[in-house]
Write a protein that binds this ligand. Structure first.
Ligand SMILES: N[C@@H](CCC(=O)N[C@@H](CS)C(=O)NCC(=O)O)C(=O)O
Length: 128
């Protein structure tokens, strides 16, 4: 029974994923404009960030859209299909839950931020 339920959800995900990704593509906002100097500063700061995500997770899509709106080039790590990223998320953050933003400060101290709303608020405060 468990296998059937699992297969059902896998099939559902397979069917829904292309629609979710298409909808993301169609509704992703344009990036705000900045001077090249300011953008370079931001690119430097975002090099210390990484977003752990599932491709078709609606909460991850919400964060990716905010990243696009703010013009942020943040490394994306697929915690669904890449076992190395999945393990790193579990070890570092404490749970395989996405989205999760890894923030590394200048001293190398890591902060693992869960919750799409909290992540978007933080991105807005830092880079908005
Ligand atoms: N309230 C959270 C919801 C995140 C969430 O439910 N993510 C799902 C994927 S869409 C997940 O990671 N599920 C795995 C789990 O909760 O163990 C947010 O806004 O980020």
């Amino acid at each position: 029974m468990r296998m059937i339920i699992r297969a059902f959800f896998r099939l559902l995900r397979l069917i829904l994923t292309p629609f979710m990704l298409l909808s993301e593509k169609l509704t992703t906002p344009k990036a705000i404009e900045r001077s090249p100097e300011r953008q370079a500063e931001i690119d430097k700061a975002t090099a210390n960030l990484a977003l752990y995500e599932f491709r078709a997770c609606p909460f991850c899509i919400k964060v990716r859209k905010e990243m696009a709106r703010l013009g942020l080039d943040i490394e994306r790590r697929d915690a669904q299909r890449d076992p190395v990223h999945r393990e790193a998320l579990l070890k570092g953050g404490g749970a395989v839950k996405v989205p999760c933003l890894l923030i590394r400060d200048e001293q190398g101290v890591e902060r693992w931020m869960y919750e799409s709303g909290e992540i978007n608020d933080w991105l807005g405060r830092e880079f908005g």
